[in-house]
Design a protein around this ligand. Structure first.
Ligand code: PMP
Length: 399
């Protein structure tokens, strides 16, 4: 008998399970569409040229490695704010912004969850149906009841706006509401600007606490337009939170670069909120790592590198778009009679393909093509070398 004897196996992570099944598959033409990362045309996780340049400069400095402040690198935090709100935003000088470097977007969500639980007594959070699976898990682990508001309409492959607005109205006042700022994971279905206005209206009426998750800024239209929802919240005067992730946009997954930004309702609120956020950080991991934030801050604050990064982000975005239109065309060419053009309208790395769990299972069994059982496919895992096989296999199971 040991302290560990009573410990039972945790439920299998569906996506990790999928990766294991993929690794065990011996077929030459196997394709893993279950992943949540951007692969380039060669099927590799890219090292961006802007990142490489910033890293080389940093290594050449041979800088010492002191602890960072609890809230992380100041130049990074300030750059995150400019990226979110725009360089001319009045918020930048209004004394209402707090940004803390975090361990990826996941870390930002966890900090926000802990903060709201400890300091605002929040116990209920609403996530979209469906949402990134970890939203539920993170908030449950932080002691919340997690409920879902309607979001995706499988009939139209689009947004169920009325359902969403009603769902938000039906929640108890003051619920924390997680919103995907752009490139919704897993559906690829985003909220139009005119509809965001309606969402903000309900949130304001109900006193909900908006918590925006922006993990794909730059993967939808461009850096500015993808932040439009964040900026609309900023204009509303509401207090809200934003979790940023640079895992995808800088292809720096393992460096854990993210940030939690809190927008307070007034300057007076800022100092106490920052002081309490620091306590949350201090009692979790004390202070964040240096490397990723230094690299991202260098890119964001050096005009040449920034320009280079925007180009590279555009290349990733365009390649995904090409894969979307190519997949739609190839599905039609392979004899799929139903209109699959919704795949082209979806934004970001993912597509809710409309495949059923059964069809997904057939894709894996018969063709060695792996996707999430919900039908989510990572469009960024497609390339000119595997797209024909994927389209033909999808066509076979859709018929
Ligand atoms: N939010 C969403 C919607 C995501 O898809 C992801 C990454 N899959 C994250 C947050 C977390 O990102 P990170 O890897 O930076 O923790």
């Amino acid at each position: 008998m040991s302290v560990f004897s009573p410990v039972e196996m945790a439920p299998r992570d569906p996506i990790l399970g999928l990766n294991e099944a993929f690794a065990a598959d011996q077929r030459a033409g196997k394709v893993n569409l279950g992943v949540g990362v951007y692969y380039d045309e060669a099927g590799k996780v890219p090292l961006l040229r802007a990142v490489q340049a910033a890293e080389e400069a940093r290594v050449a400095e041979h800088a010492p490695r002191p602890y960072q402040p609890m809230e992380g690198l100041a130049s990074y935090d300030a750059a995150v704010q400019r990226l979110l709100f725009g360089p001319d935003s009045p918020l930048l000088d209004a004394g209402r912004l707090i940004t803390a470097q975090s361990l990826g977007g996941t870390g930002a969500l966890k900090l926000g969850a802990d903060f709201l639980q400890r300091q605002a007594g929040k116990r209920m959070v609403a996530i979209s149906n469906p949402s990134w699976e970890n939203h539920r898990a993170i908030f449950e682990a932080a002691g919340y009841d997690v409920v879902a508001y309607p979001y995706y309409d499988p009939k139209t492959h689009g947004l169920d706006l009325d359902g969403m607005l009603q769902g938000l109205r039906d929640l108890p006042d003051g619920t924390v509401v997680i919103l995907h700022a752009c490139c919704h994971n897993p559906t690829g279905v985003d909220i139009a600007m005119a509809d965001w206005v309606k969402v903000i209206d309900v949130i304001q009426q109900k006193g909900h606490v908006p918590f925006l998750d922006i993990a794909y800024q730059g993967f939808g239209s461009n850096l500015e337009d993808d932040a439009a929802a964040v900026r609309l919240f900023a204009e509303s005067g509401l207090a809200f939170l934003v979790a940023s992730s640079f895992s995808k946009s800088f292809s720096l997954y393992g460096e854990r670069v993210g940030a939690l930004t809190m927008v307070t309702a007034s300057q007076e609120e800022t100092a106490p909120v920052l002081s309490q956020l620091k306590r949350v950080i201090r009692t979790n991991y004390s202070n964040p790592p240096t490397h990723g934030a230094k690299v991202v801050a260098a890119v964001l604050t050096t005009p040449d590198l920034y320009q280079q990064w925007e180009v590279e982000l555009g290349e990733m975005r365009d390649r995904i778009r090409d894969m979307r239109s190519s997949l739609v065309a190839k599905l039609a060419a392979a004899g799929v009679a139903t209109d699959m053009s919704f795949i082209q309208q979806q934004r970001g790395m993912f597509s809710y393909s409309g495949l059923t769990a059964e069809q997904v299972a057939r894709l894996a069994d018969e063709f060695g093509i792996y996707a999430v059982s919900s039908g989510r496919i990572c469009v960024a895992a497609l390339n000119t070398g595997n797209i024909d096989a994927v389209a033909n296999a999808m066509a076979a199971v859709l018929k």
